[in-house]
Design a protein around this ligand. Structure first.
Ligand code: SAH
Length: 242
C-alpha cells in the first residue's frame, strides 16, 4: 500500500497538469463495474473556497495547528489554508499533481499516507472529497487508524468527509438491494481515463457515519459529526480517546 502512481498510469495527474498549464483540460472519465461512466470536471479540482461544498468549507474553518492535507490533488484546500496563514504539508501519490502543487507555492511531497517511513507530526489531518476513500476496503480501516496514530500530535484531530451511498441501492419503498454476503456496500472499484492515459483499477471506500463511528471506537478513536452535507454526505472529526 506504499506505492506511488507512475506518470503514464496517472490520468488525474495528467488532467491536473494540463489544467494548471493551459487553464483547460479534456474529459477525466471515471469507470466502475458498479456505476455508469461518469466524469470529474477538472476545474472542480481547482475550486476556490467559495466554490467548495459547505462541509468542505466547515472542514477548512475547523483546521488548526500544523496541517496535513492527504491526497491533496491540485491543492485547493492547502492553498486556502496557506492563504489563512496556516502551516500545511500536502501529500499525494501522484508525482504530476505534486509538481503542480509545488508550482502553486505549496509544501507538497510525493508520499503515500500508509508509508510507515513518513513520521512527521501534525495537529490536523485533512481528508477532503471523500479522502478516506484511499482506505479502499473496511478491512483496511485498522491500518488507516494506525497511520493516523503515527502522524497525529497529542490532542490532534482528523477531519474527513464521506457519503453514505446506500441511496444508490434503495428502492422507492425504502427497501435496499444489497447483497449482504458481498461485503460492505460502500466498497467501490474505480478506474480513470484521461485522453490516452488509463489508470490502474483501484478500490475506493465510501463509508456511512455509523459504520465509521463503530470502527473508530474499536480502534481507540472518538468520532463526532460536525456537519451534514446536501446529499447523504457529512463531515466527521476523529480524535484519539484519552
Ligand atoms: N483532495 C483533493 C483531491 C481528491 S482526489 C480535492 O479535494 O480536490 C484523491 C487524491 O488522492 C488523488 O490525487 C490521488 O492521487 C490521491 N491518493 C490516493 N491514494 C493516496 C494515498 N495512499 N496517499 C496519498 N494520496 C493518495
Amino acid at each position: 500500500m506504499n506505492t506511488i502512481t507512475a506518470d503514464d498510469k496517472d490520468p488525474m495527474g495528467r488532467a491536473i497538469a494540463d489544467y494548471h498549464k493551459t487553464g483547460k483540460a479534456g474529459k477525466l472519465r471515471v469507470l466502475s463495474s458498479m456505476f455508469y461512466e461518469d466524469e470529474i470536471p477538472v476545474a472542480t479540482l481547482f475550486r476556490t473556497f467559495g466554490q467548495m461544498p459547505p462541509q468542505e468549507q466547515a472542514a477548512i474553518e475547523l483546521c488548526r495547528g500544523r496541517i496535513l492535507d492527504v491526497g491533496a490533488g491540485a491543492g485547493c484546500h492547502s492553498l486556502e489554508l496557506q492563504k489563512r496563514g496556516c502551516e500545511v504539508v500536502s501529500i499525494d501519490i501522484s508525482e504530476l499533481s505534486v509538481q503542480v502543487m509545488k508550482e502553486r507555492g505549496l509544501d507538497a511531497r510525493t508520499v503515500n499516507f500508509f508509508d510507515e517511513t513518513f513520521t512527521e507530526k501534525f495537529d490536523t489531518i485533512l481528508l477532503a472529497m471523500n479522502g478516506i476513500g484511499i482506505v479502499g476496503k473496511v478491512e483496511k480501516l485498522p491500518l488507516f487508524f494506525r497511520s493516523v496514530k503515527r502522524l497525529l500530535n497529542k490532542g490532534g484531530q482528523v477531519l474527513l468527509d464521506s457519503t453514505d451511498i446506500r441511496y444508490i441501492f434503495m428502492n422507492d419503498d425504502g427497501s435496499m438491494d444489497i447483497n449482504l454476503a458481498a461485503g460492505y456496500y460502500g466498497e467501490v472499484d474505480f478506474k480513470m481515463r484521461y485522453r490516452n492515459t488509463c489508470g490502474e483499477p483501484f478500490d475506493w471506500l465510501y463509508i456511512d457515519f455509523d459504520t465509521l463511528s463503530m470502527y473508530a471506537g474499536e480502534n481507540g478513536f472518538s468520532c463526532t459529526k460536525c456537519a451534514d452535507g446536501e446529499h447523504y454526505d457529512y463531515l466527521a472529526k476523529l480524535t484519539i480517546k484519552e
